[in-house]
Design a protein around this ligand. Sequence first.
Ligand code: MG
Length: 307
Amino acid sequence: MFGMIEGTGFEVIEPEFQDCLIGHARVERLWTGARWSEGPAWFAAGRYLVWSDIPNNRMMRFDETDGSVSVFRNPANNTNGHTVDRQGRLVSCEHLTRRVTRTELDGSLTVIADSYQGKRLNSPNDVVVKSDGSIWFTDPSYGILIDYEGERAESEIGACHVYRVDPSDDISIVAEDYVKPNGLAFSPDESLLYIADTGASHQADGPKHIRRHTVNADNSLSGGEVLATCTNGLFDGFRCDRDGRIWTSAADGVHCLAPDGRLIGKILIPEFVSNVCFGGPRLNRLFICGTTSLYAAFLAVNGVSPV
Ligand code: MG
């Protein structure tokens, strides 16, 4: 099960990528059986990973201690992206119910956001929590376009924005010039926010890039220049490591971008990759959601600690 998987490997494009790799480490396929894997989130205290199998309307759990995989939640409102906040709580984007929720420590659900100025959100896709407790999420329309990963519906807002929910529960638009805002992640010091636009999924000449915004003292964004354009498929979800590299999904695997946006290497995966996250006790294992399967690779770099 953990031997060399056909179609996997590491591609060094710039010599500096070699420093990210462990010579004998291989890509492992930990599990297969999903339709579209997305939204991995690492629970450090429990040593397990949760992720979404969106079309099957369930969430899965990989237990690092024994390698077992089980159903975490079913039905799951077609959840997509997840993160774990600094209090160890799961924060989830739900397509079917068109909202962002938090699973409290007692298991109950709190709705973080389901509308903006009285209009329902489209289908929240991916979410991050900043150290000040604000919750930032993207709201493209993938969950309401067809019935496969949610339920077909008209967009009430009529556009796809990026939002921030403050600890006071106030919700604001932080970016409104995206076609299909998708993955997002802060730089290690939270001075920058990277946001992917996957507009090319439904528009031939649409965007397929990651943009870089400066996070201002009042949590507004400025800048927004294109950092990198995807050379194979789309950048969907991604995470930063502690040195500021971006590990992002693409059609042929995981692309590693230097902080200046240069593609320095790839982890090759034989299925479309949707999202990644760092896990393990030292956050040096990259978990990779690749369509039907969950993959992982140990690296010589570490993810940004959430606490
Ligand atoms: Mg996504």
